[in-house]
Design a binder for this molecule. Structure first.
Ligand SMILES: [Zn+2]
Ligand SMILES: [Zn+2]
Length: 431
């Protein structure tokens, strides 16, 4: 072999040895990395198994335990609240009865609703001496019986009081008393004045609809003509003996309220679902005269079904001049709540009825427009408008719309927790 060739081969050998050493080092490093990665894999696998176990556990807890709702809407009522018969007409708070009667002949102070004091347009009776005399007599804690004289509002000088002559004063007074829905009094008219006698007789519950002593509208005119004073006085004395006492949502008893009245829950506790916890306990007394509030509408027909079904909707009503919840609730039958669908489907149209029939009929068709989740559809296509039941839940937010909406969201959680079953169309209808 040539020396030159020998040198070249030796050089190649040295290079190959260097490469071998390098490759051996790389192999060692890779082996270390592999071991590390294998350890990491083992750890990750352990973590995965642990997480899987936890997931299964949580899943079991979710399916086994009922959904935890926020704290109950209120503690159970005490009898004093259930017996309370005077309530603040603006806030819905109970009127605390006068201090315990220590001396005989005391404890006669009576509440007069705030709306009785309001003047409106040509109605100025609450500014007159006769009105003030009546209010003083009612507020007086030591007076059980008093007489007001219609002559109080008649004066010789000019001025608007003269327009309120004796005959008109008499009419104005009895109309005001009837509309104030005052209890535990009786009144007697002798043509000259009105004698008011307060009593402490227990109030009787109204008869169910159709009964002899069923609740009636506090009507002071018929076809815009004033009713005879004698008839109004009969109504005052009859109305003063009956009442469902306690908190809840009750009728304003205006003569136009015949549609809304039967839909009010009129109870201290409102069971809106079939389960025991699906209930709202009321602490205040509200009427449909009020505005600026959050309300619950639940379906009475759903509760009568042989399957455990319930339907709730939480809504809000706020100050629009001249409007209150009567108008808001009537709208539930006029339009779809969903604005987009309102343009596609009109309440009462065959198109909507057909769509709902297709969704409900076999085989199940997906409710792509969430029609069944619209309160208007529920109470026009699935159940009847008379199945609506309204409960005012909270009131008095003023101009604080954010607070009202926050309360609305809280009540949605309380009354159904946003749960909705797409297969059946039952549950909470708030989208
Ligand atoms: Zn009403
Ligand atoms: Zn229903």
């Amino acid at each position: 072999m040539e020396p030159l060739q020998m040198q070249a081969l030796q050089d190649q050998l040295a290079l190959a040895q260097q490469q071998l050493t390098l490759a051996q080092q790389q192999l060692a490093t890779a082996q270390q990395q592999l071991t590390l990665a294998q350890q990491q894999l083992a750890t990750a696998q352990q973590q995965f198994i642990l997480a899987q176990q936890q997931f299964t556990l949580v899943q079991q807890q979710l399916t086994e335990a009922p959904v935890q709702l926020p704290a109950a809407t209120a503690p159970p009522h005490d009898q004093e609240l259930l017996d309370c018969w005077e309530w603040d007409s603006e806030t819905g708070d109970p009127i605390v009865p006068p201090a315990p009667v220590l001396l005989a002949g005391q404890g006669w102070a009576r509440y007069i609703p705030q709306y009785s004091f309001e003047c409106d347009g040509r109605y100025f009776f609450p500014t007159t001496p006769l009105f003030n005399e009546f209010v003083d007599g009612m507020h007086n804690n030591e007076v059980a019986e008093f007489t007001v004289n219609y002559q109080l509002n008649v004066e010789d000088g000019s001025g608007r009081q003269q327009n309120n002559g004796r005959r008109k004063s008499r009419q104005s007074l009895v109309c005001m008393i009837l509309k104030a829905d005052l209890k535990k009094i009786s009144v007697v008219d002798d043509g000259i004045g009105l004698t008011i006698t307060k009593n402490n007789n227990p109030l009787l519950p109204w008869d169910p609809p159709g009964g002899a002593n069923q609740e009636f509208p506090l009507r002071v005119t018929i076809n815009k003509t004033p009713r005879p004073v004698e008839d109004i006085i009969l109504d005052i004395n009859r109305n003063a003996r009956f009442m469902i006492t306690g908190p809840g949502t009750f009728s304003c008893r205006e003569s136009h309220c015949v549609v809304t009245s039967p839909l009010l829950t009129r109870s201290a506790s409102v069971q809106w679902g079939t389960q025991q916890h699906q209930v709202c306990h009321q602490q205040k007394r509200y009427t449909c005269r009020m505005n600026d509030l959050v309300y619950l509408c639940h379906c009475n027909a759903c509760l009568q079904l042989p399957i455990p079904a319930w339907t709730t909707y939480i809504g809000e009503s706020y100050v629009i001049v001249g409007k209150n919840v009567h108008a808001r609730w009537h709208n539930h039958l006029l339009y779809l709540t969903n604005f987009g669908n309102r343009n596609l489907y009109t309440i009462g149209s065959a198109l909507l009825d057909d769509a709902v029939a297709v969704i409900l009929g076999p085989p199940p068709t997906p409710d792509v427009h969430d029609l069944l989740r619209d309160i208007a559809v529920h109470f026009t296509c699935i159940h009847a408008d008379t199945d609506r039941r309204y409960t005012i839940l909270q009131q008095g937010f003023g101009k604080n719309a954010a607070q009202r909406r926050a309360a609305e969201n809280q009540w949605i959680i309380q009354c159904g927790n946003g749960v909705y079953d797409e297969q059946t169309g039952f549950g909470n209808l708030n989208l």
